[in-house]
Design a protein around this ligand. Structure first.
Ligand SMILES: [Zn+2]
Length: 309
């Protein structure tokens, strides 16, 4: 077997191309944008507000350019609250997510899986496959599968599990398979094991930071109730709505890490990169289409043009 493979490989090398293994997707590169010149971007989070925190600014920038963005919460958020729960909380969270999407001009879908109980099983995997196919996605964003929260972790795993199946017609056959595998990228996180987040792209969101905060401000039950309560700081949340919006800006806008600062300098140049105050960063997943620099520039059209020297 090895000898045959060896002969085949050297034959292929002589002909000037590399053998592709089954499932290898380099041959099926996406060619965004689609016919109307617009990108289709879809992001998955475990809870209504997860995508917003990791990619809300980037989504606002896509939307401002007329590209299509859909955020998907894989659970309905019906558990994470200190005094509310069940269907009433799920309905509240869905309304907050839709308001958040409306504020920046994107779609927001909340799937009906229970919060705190997500597992990497076939049902949510197929839901995610259908979402990616229906959106005809050029770019898929998701958490890495090494997060502290099981729902986040399994959302990362489920999207990885979908990353090849989206092109397999016999899987979830009620929704036509994609002919081109999208690019999959991870949101930024701070987890160090088994390896830290390693950004490939960082987007300055200084021009849309207020939009991102407006989006987060729509998640009242999270930003002003559950998250401060679980962190032991509910008493620090201002009661007045304008005051608490200011508090949100002060506590949630975030600063680039050293690794993100370095990748900002790569894409924006040292001077502009160092001046960025707020950024969102993304790491290329090994699955799906592997983008080269030109494709990353197509997928992130707001990055500065490459210098000619
Ligand atoms: Zn979450």
């Amino acid at each position: 077997m090895n000898r045959i493979l060896c002969v085949l490989t050297s034959g292929a090398m002589l002909l000037g191309f590399a053998l592709l293994l089954p499932g290898e997707s380099r041959a099926q590169r996406t060619q965004p944008p689609s016919a109307d010149g617009k990108l289709n971007v879809i992001a998955f989070g475990a809870h209504p507000d997860d995508c917003d925190q990791r990619a809300g600014g980037t989504a606002a920038k896509y939307a401002a350019l007329g590209h299509r963005v859909r955020f998907v919460s894989v659970t309905n958020g019906d558990a994470g609250h200190q005094t509310e729960g069940g269907g009433a909380l799920a309905a509240r969270r869905r309304a907050e997510a839709q308001e958040a999407g409306r504020r920046i001009g994107i779609e927001y879908v909340v799937l009906d899986n229970h919060d705190g109980e997500l597992l990497p099983t076939l049902k949510p995997r197929e839901e995610i496959i259908r979402q990616i196919r229906q959106w005809n996605a050029d770019l898929v964003l998701a958490p890495r599968p090494n997060d502290y929260h099981p729902d986040h972790r399994y959302t990362g795993m489920l999207v990885q599990d979908a990353a090849y199946m989206v092109v397999v017609p016999n899987i979830a056959p009620d929704t036509p398979a994609l002919r081109k595998n999208p690019v999959f990228m991870y949101f930024q996180d701070g987890f160090q094991k088994p390896q830290p987040f390693s950004p490939d792209v960082a987007v300055s969101i200084d021009d849309v930071i207020e939009k991102k905060m407006d989006m987060l401000d729509a998640h009242v039950s999270q930003m002003y109730e559950w998250l401060p309560w679980v962190a032991g700081g509910l008493d620090k949340v201002p009661k007045d709505s304008a005051e608490r919006r200011r508090w949100l800006r002060e506590t949630r806008a975030g600063q680039p890490t050293a690794a993100v600062r370095a990748i900002l300098a790569k894409w924006y140049g040292a001077e502009k990169g160092n001046a960025v105050r707020h950024a969102e960063a993304f790491e290329v997943c090994e699955y799906g289409t592997r983008p080269d620099e030109a494709m990353l520039r197509t997928l992130f059209p707001f990055l500065p043009k490459a210098s000619s020297d």
